[in-house]
Design a protein around this ligand. Structure first.
Ligand SMILES: [Zn+2]
Ligand SMILES: [Zn+2]
Ligand SMILES: [Zn+2]
Ligand SMILES: [Zn+2]
Length: 350
């Protein structure tokens, strides 16, 4: 399947359909949540073989007879424009190898590419189409499945050393991973920053690719450039993964990074030109103050340090942000108490 017979124009249409499908489900993760993606369309229902057998009191053999396949099939109800995907969740060869994921993606491909509608079929079956027609539709659905389950532009953000990385990361079968790994290498050898589809996939997965957690302070952040943790200022302590996003909350800012409220005079009228508070003159945009650093971007509002050079940020220097391991209220002499735990008993008041 490395060499596809699908013409370029059609391949681009299929890519368009893949992007549309991925986008319909709001969260972009790998392994791609193929079931959730299918379910994100209100006119598609996913039904496992076991569920259908139980509901209709069918044996496994009867179920195979009904669907005509050990993998998966789709019924199209033209009047209601409704699709039901039946997928095998019983055969252990199919479930443990993750082949069922490919099967669902393949069926979703038939649906999203409009195969049932353009060919006026309730099912895409070999004996209802000419051989060449059937092969063409199958190849298209497989192409769709390979693109949606193994998004190359997203994988580029990871060290993919062999086919096994793709197998584990994308949760696909070994044969599929081997094929897709060679396609990935081929693609990587002439990857273009101008490719529209690759660019869109990259941005869809941006937050997934660049999510980092700091081994030192536990912060969770999205960071593309820089080796410094913007919260605790340590170098090389960031690794890919989910940190604690709530631990070091962002301050309320406008899109340009300007604080919605001046922390010094509490002026809330800050949505004006310039980087200063118009009342007290405080600098209310978080930046790297290092003249020799080429990071001119606005820093995230919770950044104590510049991720590029490690210098402390303007917010940190101005005491708008506390040192990352500052224990709030620790030495508070005003007798401040944390809010005590609630009680379970019903209160007597009416
Ligand atoms: Zn098919
Ligand atoms: Zn840190
Ligand atoms: Zn102010
Ligand atoms: Zn800097």
């Amino acid at each position: 399947m490395t060499q596809t017979n699908i013409p370029l124009k059609r391949r681009n249409e299929i890519k368009e359909a893949v992007y549309y499908t991925l986008q319909n489900y709001k969260h972009s993760n790998i392994p791609v949540k193929i079931k959730a993606i299918a379910r994100s369309f209100t006119n598609i229902r996913l039904v496992s073989y076991s569920k259908h057998m139980k509901k209709n009191n069918l044996s496994y053999d009867c179920m195979i007879k009904f669907t005509g396949t050990k993998d998966a099939c789709t019924d199209y109800y033209a009047k209601a424009n409704f699709f039901i995907i039946y997928y095998n969740d019983i055969d252990r060869n199919i479930t443990t190898s993750n082949r069922y994921r490919w099967n669902i993606a393949h069926e979703l491909g038939h649906i999203m590419l409009g195969h049932h509608i353009t060919h006026e079929k309730t099912r895409i079956f070999r004996n209802e189409l000419s051989n060449s027609e059937y092969d063409e539709l199958e190849e298209e659905a497989d192409y769709f499945a390979s693109l949606i389950l193994v998004p190359h532009a997203a994988l580029l953000g990871f060290q993919i050393r062999n086919a096994n990385y793709i197998k584990v990361m994308c949760k696909i079968s070994e044969p599929a991973a081997k094929r897709r790994y060679y396609e990935f290498l081929e693609w990587k050898s002439h990857v273009s920053a101008q490719d529209e589809y690759d660019k869109r996939i990259f941005h869809l997965y941006y937050n997934f690719i660049y999510k980092r957690k700091c081994k030192n302070c536990g912060a969770g952040l999205i960071q593309r450039y820089g080796k410094y943790c913007p919260i605790c200022g340590n170098k090389n302590t960031l690794e890919w993964g989910d940190g604690d996003n709530m631990k070091y909350p962002l301050l309320d800012t406008y899109e340009n990074g300007k604080l919605k409220e001046c922390p010094v005079c509490h002026n809330e009228d800050t949505n004006i030109d310039g980087n200063y508070c118009q009342i007290c003159g405080s600098y209310i945009i978080n930046k790297c103050p290092n003249q020799n650093c080429d990071n001119y971007d606005v820093l995230p509002s919770n950044a104590r340090y510049c991720p590029i050079c490690g210098e402390s940020s303007t917010f940190y220097n101005a005491n708008i942000l506390k040192v990352w391991d500052y224990k709030e209220y620790k030495n508070n002499s005003d007798g401040f108490m944390n809010i005590p735990d609630g009680i379970d008993e019903e209160l007597p008041f009416h």
